[in-house]
Design a protein around this ligand. Structure first.
Ligand code: SF4
Length: 436
């Protein structure tokens, strides 16, 4: 799998300004992978990237809300009277122009840039592996500050480019059809690590706007964000909210709330806060039409059952035909794919502006289920469609690069384990050969 090793060309990277530097370059120059400015390649490839130098105790400005950044700047000596303006300037450089280096911030005095350089960093997760599918899907394995790894997936389409981001390392919820659910929860991601996934993807796609040019959402390569990667976002609500609000900030990445979808397995009591504090679109991992089956597929159902979940969804603000809830429904052979299920489903969601995404089960090694037959999926979709709900069947994407969520991380863990074992074996052999 590790077919290609890419050497990194040290450079400072900002949209429209790319300066290649010589030796003696700074930390972020060394970490920055060479971006790929060519169109998305129509072939599967794998790249591995070297890791960054440590942060040397500097405070990371990425992921801070504006008030927090203001406080951080003042605490290190920025005059109160100028702090708001400084935040606005730095914010634009990081989130609108893609700056990863303070020295690029040419509208700040050199002295102030040096001050920022000494006290702060602009740190985002690092790409350690990138797989590009023959269908253009890009899957990133990203390493975060403590060495943990997360996955982010970019899915290009004719009229949009969707970035699927993670909110936790691992997951506690153990949905029985989900590969990530087989991995233990390690920790919640910080806002920097959540919004950082967007920044990293834009770096990799070379998608920072030219100075003075602000492409519309619909013409962007990354036009939509879905929180559907590793983890349950509503078990990390505060950090997810801060990261999403940063992504929505008009003077930064500037995603409209209608282009951000938060997917939950059904933490019903938190939906009201999502509506009030974020206001983005909702996707619900429904996957079953009876509590009996859902208890097994999505065990959080034992805490908030289908009735409680549906009640919370009906109360979600601003639901309308143009702002629909998406119900995700994984199609598993003989488990949840009968036509009785289809009829129960449409009764269950009646009156909720919604669509139903039917997802053929993505089999992974050791999976306890099989994908439903295509004919059964077609019949199921027809029942839902006839009841007045869009029922697209999701085309499996990136199958040649292991599309099962969590699989890339799992492979990386296995690889590290086998390298460790090989090192230990070698050491044991050397010890046994040593003269007494
Ligand atoms: S489907 Fe989502 S909530 Fe369920 S185990 Fe997988 S990552 Fe966790």
């Amino acid at each position: 799998m590790f077919a290609v090793d890419e050497r990194i060309e040290p450079r400072i990277r900002i949209a429209g300004f790319q300066s290649t530097l010589g030796s003696g370059s700074t930390e972020s120059e060394e970490t920055m992978p060479k971006s790929n400015s060519s169109p998305i390649p129509a072939r599967a490839d794998v790249k591995t990237f070297p890791l960054a130098a440590p942060n040397r105790g500097r405070v990371n400005l990425v992921g801070m809300t504006r008030p927090t950044m203001r406080k951080a700047l003042v605490a290190k000596g920025t005059p109160e009277a100028k702090a708001k303006m400084r935040v606005a300037q730095i914010w634009q450089w990081i989130y609108q122009k893609g700056a990863r280096e303070f020295q690029c911030m040419t509208n700040l005095a050199k002295e102030y840039r040096n001050f920022l350089q000494e006290n702060f960093s602009i740190a985002v997760p690092e790409i350690t592996r990138r797989l590009v599918s023959s269908d253009g899907t890009r899957k990133y394995l990203l390493r975060i500050t403590d060495g943990n790894e997360i996955e982010t997936v970019y899915i290009p389409d004719v009229d949009r480019g969707t970035l699927c981001i993670s909110s936790q390392v691992g997951c506690t919820l153990n949905c029985s059809f989900c590969y990530t659910g087989t991995q233990p929860l390690v920790r919640n991601l910080a806002p920097a690590e959540i919004v950082g996934q967007i920044l990293v993807a834009r770096d990799d796609l070379d998608e920072w706007p030219e100075p003075g040019r602000h492409p519309k959402n619909e013409t962007r390569l990354v036009s939509n964000i879905v929180l559907m990667g590793m983890g349950e976002p509503l078990y990390n609500f505060d950090n997810v909210r801060d990261a999403v609000l940063i992504a929505m900030d008009n003077e930064g990445i500037s995603f409209s709330k209608r282009r951000i979808t938060l997917s939950t397995s059904g933490v019903a009591p938190m939906l009201a806060r999502v509506g009030e504090e974020i206001g983005c679109r909702l996707a619900i991992s429904l996957h079953a039409t009876t509590d009996n089956v859902r208890d097994k597929l999505v065990p959080i159902n034992r805490k908030w059952n289908i009735e409680a979940l549906m009640k919370a969804i009906r109360e979600y603000p601003e639901l309308s035909n143009s702002d629909r809830v998406t119900f995700e429904y994984v199609m598993i052979k003989g488990v949840n794919d009968s036509l009785d299920d289809a009829h129960r489903l449409v009764r269950m969601i009646r009156g909720i502006p919604s669509k139903v995404n039917l997802i053929p089960f993505n089999e992974w090694p050791g999976a306890p289920y099989e994908r439903s037959d295509p004919e059964q999926i077609r019949k199921f979709a027809h029942v839902v469609f006839r009841a007045g709900y869009a029922s697209p069947v999701r085309t499996p994407r990136g199958e040649d690069i292991m599309a099962a969520c969590g699989q890339l991380k799992s492979d990386s863990v296995k690889l590290r384990r086998s390298l460790r074992t090989a090192r230990e074996d070698r050491q044991a052999l050397a010890n046994s050969m040593r003269p007494n």
